[in-house]
Each structure stands twice: as structure tokens, then as C-alpha cells.
Design a protein around this ligand. Structure first.
Ligand code: SF4
Ligand code: SF4
Length: 115
């Protein structure tokens, strides 16, 4: 089944919620609509700054040096799922959030994998 990429389903941290099984199963509304995710500093920081994602942030040359972005949960997440949200953000910067959402939908992948 081919998914249609939706840019609004790109999370603040670069995850593509549209390809996440929690979203497709209906157990999570996706980052943007998940108002219960008050624990997430990435989500609240991007909201405060008026950004869609951290890809728009110019505060850090390397997003990994942002302690909100690179927190204990994200380190754990990256280790367990071999995910590379930094690479996802770099791709968003390169091709734009629209094309990124379609690429991730085509691959049925919520986040790029570490190589
Ligand atoms: S970790 Fe935070 S920014 Fe990323 S999808 Fe979850 S709530 Fe959204
Ligand atoms: S990189 Fe850090 S400071 Fe910049 S928007 Fe993301 S969480 Fe906020």
C-alpha cells in the first residue's frame, strides 16, 4: 500500500508520524495533535519559536549539541531503534518538509536509520 505523504505529520524532532505504527493504528494522533506530550521539550520549544521542526532552528550549528533535542530519551530511542533524527532533519533542510514527508511515506519509515 502506498501512503500519501502529509507534511503536517512530520514531527518537531523530524520523525514522520504518518509511518509510525502507533499513528496508523490510531493510538496516537501524531506529534502536532498530541497535546498530551507536554513532557517533550522539543515539541514545546519548536512551538514557542514558531517552527514546524528543529530543521528551521539556527541556534545550533549541530543539532546534537542542543540538550533539548539530544536528551536522555532520544539517546535511548536512537540506540534501540537505530534511528537518526539528525539525518532526518538534514534531509528536511535539503529537500523541504513536503518532499521529506512523501519520501518517508514511500519508504514507510518514521525516521532515517543510522548506517
Ligand atoms: S519526541 Fe517529541 S517532538 Fe518527537 S514526535 Fe515525540 S512528542 Fe513529537
Ligand atoms: S534544536 Fe533545540 S533549541 Fe532549536 S528548536 Fe530544536 S529543541 Fe529548540
Amino acid at each position: 500500500m502506498n501512503l500519501v505523504g502529509k507534511s503536517e505529520l512530520v514531527a518537531a524532532c523530524g520523525i514522520y508520524c504518518g509511518a509510525c505504527h502507533r499513528y496508523t493504528k490510531g493510538s496516537c494522533p501524531g506529534c502536532a495533535e498530541n497535546t498530551k506530550a507536554t513532557w517533550c521539550k522539543i515539541r514545546s520549544c519548536t512551538k514557542e519559536k514558531g517552527y514546524h521542526t528543529c530543521a528551521q532552528c539556527t541556534d545550533f550549528a549541530d543539532v546534537q549539541t542542543c540538550r533539548k533535542f539530544n536528551n536522555i530519551f532520544s539517546k535511548f530511542f536512537a540506540l534501540v531503534f537505530r534511528s537518526d533524527r539528525k539525518a532526518s532533519l538534514a534531509l528536511i533542510r535539503e529537500i523541504g518538509v513536503e518532499a521529506y514527508s512523501q519520501e518517508m511515506a514511500d519508504k514507510n519509515l518514521p525516521v532515517l536509520k543510522r548506517r
